[in-house]
Design a protein around this ligand. Structure first.
Ligand code: NAP
Length: 326
């Protein structure tokens, strides 16, 4: 098959670029000619991280956004839109926190459980506030790309692991009732920190599907998510037990074959942002759970929990209320 010609590079905003997948995605996109706006709670650390990979500073703009604080998202977006000469052409939803050992929920300035606030609600608001800007872009293929994960998709083995519990938003009564203390889970059920991460990633994937259903036809923006593989050695796992941090990468490299380097994961994000064969909206991209040399991407089927439009509509409406846009 003849390769499709690559669209011209543009400007992309990526959240969470001090380490791991986000940092390596910045490198892979700059290498492809893109200009990158990074969004981090500490832009000085973001600049130091990109310097450490030798990424030319003149291709980057570092923006301060703490995704756990909705006010910070609003202020950051205002500053960005006022300063950008050209509209954004793409947006990558990447930042995340994973805190599986918390005994009690941490709270955002707005009073929401912090992993859901950071991974889902901050990003949900960011997307809503940047949609207009993305629509002004004249880039031939404008995209919103969301980092999903296997542990939030029960169609795959990794999504069925019952420790501490599979991702499940239940009847969303936790969101419906305002998601403030004593509520800490979207389902309204008791706090399980590892599950709070999985639930937030499920919300990321549902958001992608709902954006596609609501807005792809009218805006032409391509909305997709991806599972880049198990990048078992990123700082995402810094709050897990030390022994787990040693064994998990070894296990993924030698037993499951699911391990992917940070560099390859970053390159996969860049492919979904920039390559013509990824210009398909509504797809959850995967390269499989066992990595094969030269393995090709495919459209991974999503679980009913991630794809059913009734849950998606409720999650969207409650999230709009929680971020103050309802
Ligand atoms: P990582 O190295 O820990 O990167 C997470 C990034 O998010 C960091 O730059 C971190 O910045 C940033 N961040 C955290 N809280 C933030 C906040 N409040 N505001 C702004 N930025 C914040 O983790 P990673 O493994 O690369 O994960 C990146 C994405 O890939 C996540 O969405 C994750 O769910 C997804 N993913 C990872 C894997 C994996 O195996 N690692 C697999 C599938 C999907 P700070 O330095 O400020 O904390």
């Amino acid at each position: 098959m003849m390769a499709l010609p690559a669209a011209a590079p543009g400007t992309v905003l990526i959240t969470g670029t001090t380490s791991g997948v986000g940092l390596n995605a910045v490198k892979a996109l700059v290498d492809r000619g893109w200009t990158v706006v990074t969004a981090n709670r500490d832009p000085v650390r973001a600049a130091a991280a990109s310097d450490s990979l030798g990424i030319p500073a003149d291709r980057l703009h570092h923006l301060r956004i703490d995704l756990g604080d909705l006010e910070s998202v609003r202020v950051g977006v205002e500053a960005l839109v006022a300063s950008l000469e050209q509209p954004l052409d793409a947006l990558v939803i990447n930042a995340a926190v994973y805190k599986p050992r918390l005994k009690e929920p941490e709270r955002s300035p707005q009073g929401y459980e912090l992993s859901m606030a950071t991974n889902h609600l901050g990003h949900f608001l960011l997307i809503q506030l940047l949609l207009e800007d993305l629509q002004r872009s004249t880039h031939p293929s404008r995209r919103v790309v969301v980092l999903g994960t296997v542990t939030a998709n029960s169609k795959e083995l990794g999504g069925k692991i019952p420790i501490p519990a599979p991702a499940d938003l239940g009847d969303l009564s936790g969101f419906e009732l305002g998601f403030k203390a004593p509520i800490s889970m979207a389902s309204g059920k008791p706090f399980k920190p590892g599950k709070a991460y999985k639930d937030s990633k499920l919300c990321n994937m549902i958001t992608t599907q709902e954006l596609h259903r609501r807005l792809n036809a009218s805006t032409g923006i391509v909305f997709s998510s991806l599972y880049p593989g198990c990048v078992a050695d990123t700082p995402l796992f810094r709050n897990t037990p030390k022994l787990f941090q040693k064994i998990f990468p070894w296990f993924q490299k030698n037993i499951t074959g699911g391990y992917v380097s940070q560099q390859l994961a970053g390159d996969r994000v860049a492919q979904v942002v920039a390559e013509p064969e990824f210009a398909v909206s509504g797809v959850h991209w995967s390269w499989g759970n066992r990595q094969k040399r030269g393995g090709k991407q495919f459209s991974q089927e999503l679980s009913y929990k991630a794809s059913n439009p009734v849950t998606a509509q409720k999650m969207w409406d409650y999230s709009m209320d929680l971020v103050g846009l309802g």
